[in-house]
Design a protein around this ligand. Structure first.
Ligand SMILES: [Fe+2]
Length: 392
């Protein structure tokens, strides 16, 4: 039985309004939220890895181009800077050309940790083989996700003067998808992400792999979701962009919450297709909410992690109210700002007790329709992946 067995007709559907133009007081950079020290007995720390050292483990090389959400997915050299004066308030980057973040040594360490983590593989209707919660078990992964050098680089890539930080959901640090040869199963079904920004690191050599393509629909999100429904997931090539990773260790940056994407089945290959996904978000607590509760509702860490996420937003919004060097606020302005904070907390409470939902779901190829993560038939199962057989 699902965790929240409530009559969905009675649930309030939380819709976050993306069209609201921000006001001057909403340009505020909050403190980096630190879930780094959050522990959970289910996911104990493993102590057999090197210390993360950016001078050894990083070797950042810029992408050759970025692709913009606006202007019909136009390719440009750099993202246009975000201009708060004009009320433009979010990154326009859809995705980037492949680039590098890790050095050869960093890539080696990442691979050895992922290999160690194979015993924690799980699967569900969306992703047949994946590993989560690595950020709890690995200090290296934790430090890599929170690395200020990587964050500064990604912030620039977004064209943003609004710094990025690691997602507040520690369970999502370096989420890993494992693509085994199985022509019948997508490695990941059509979906939009439940976090604002991601990097996807290709952690394998795909020279001998057939299939396993990352596909994006280069259309506005709602239009893309309509196409998925209209064509039962098998969308004509003219709408779909296949993303070429530039070889082992290369990285794609993507505003995955704005672009529908999937990963096709691996048809043949000598080693598993491995991708490691790091998630990021803005440090501005007023940006439109893109982090979802429903997507992680079946995980034991979800309630507290999501509450921490909302507590961070509410706390930083209140802090912005306490900046005394700004214009003296009117009563109306104060009420508006208090309501924002109150709504963050009310949404959180209602999501936790099941009277509201923020489900965006995923395309379930078997059902030929969208599924949510609290549907009664959504099941997470432990998976056994034999490393010897995979050729790693
Ligand atoms: Fe995704």
């Amino acid at each position: 039985m699902s965790k929240h067995t409530v009559n969905t007709d009675q649930q309030r559907h939380i819709q976050y309004n993306t069209d609201v133009q921000p006001e001057q007081w909403q340009y505020f950079i909050g403190d980096v939220f630190d879930t780094g020290d959050l522990k959970n007995d289910k996911y104990p720390l493993v102590d057999d890895e090197p210390k993360y050292d950016p001078s050894i483990h990083l070797n950042i090389v810029e992408p050759e181009f970025v692709v913009l959400l606006n202007n019909n997915f136009q390719r440009v050299k750099h993202a246009p800077a975000i201009d708060f004066e004009q009320g433009v308030y979010k990154s326009q980057v859809a995705y980037t050309a492949p680039f590098r973040i890790l050095s050869d040594e960093g890539y080696k360490v990442l691979k050895s940790i992922i290999k160690r983590e194979f015993i924690n593989c799980e699967g569900d209707q969306r992703q047949p083989n994946r590993i989560r919660h690595i950020g709890y078990r690995s200090k290296w992964i934790r430090d890599f996700n929170r690395c200020p050098i990587v964050l500064e680089f990604l912030t620039k890539l977004c064209g943003s003067n609004e710094p990025l930080m690691a997602t507040t959901l520690k369970s999502s640090y370096s989420h890993t998808n494992i693509g085994l040869v199985d022509p019948t199963k997508n490695i990941d079904q059509w979906h939009v992400d439940s976090v604002p920004y991601v990097i996807i690191i290709l952690a394998c050599d795909m020279t001998n792999t057939i299939g396993g393509e990352l596909q994006l629909i280069e259309r506005e999100k709602q239009e893309a979701l309509k196409l998925i429904a209209e064509y039962n997931g098998e969308i004509p090539d003219e709408y779909v962009q296949n993303i070429d990773f530039g070889g082992a260790g290369s990285v794609i940056f993507m505003q995955g919450c704005e672009i529908a994407h999937r990963v096709k089945p691996v048809l043949a290959g000598t080693e598993p297709r491995l991708t490691v996904v790091n998630s990021y978000m803005s440090r501005n607590p007023f940006v439109t909410e893109k982090t979802r509760y429903n997507t992680f509702v079946y995980e034991p860490t979800c309630d507290y992690e999501f509450t921490l996420h909302k507590a961070w937003r509410a706390r930083e919004q209140l802090k912005a109210l306490m900046m005394y060097d700004k214009d003296w606020p009117s009563k109306e302005n104060l009420i508006k700002r208090l309501n924002l904070v109150i709504n963050e907390l009310v949404d959180c409470r209602d999501l936790l007790n099941g009277t509201a939902t923020d489900a965006i779901g995923f395309y379930d190829a078997k059902k030929k329709g969208m599924s949510a993560y609290d549907d009664t038939n959504f099941k997470v199962e432990k998976k056994v992946v034999n490393i010897q057989e995979t050729g790693m």
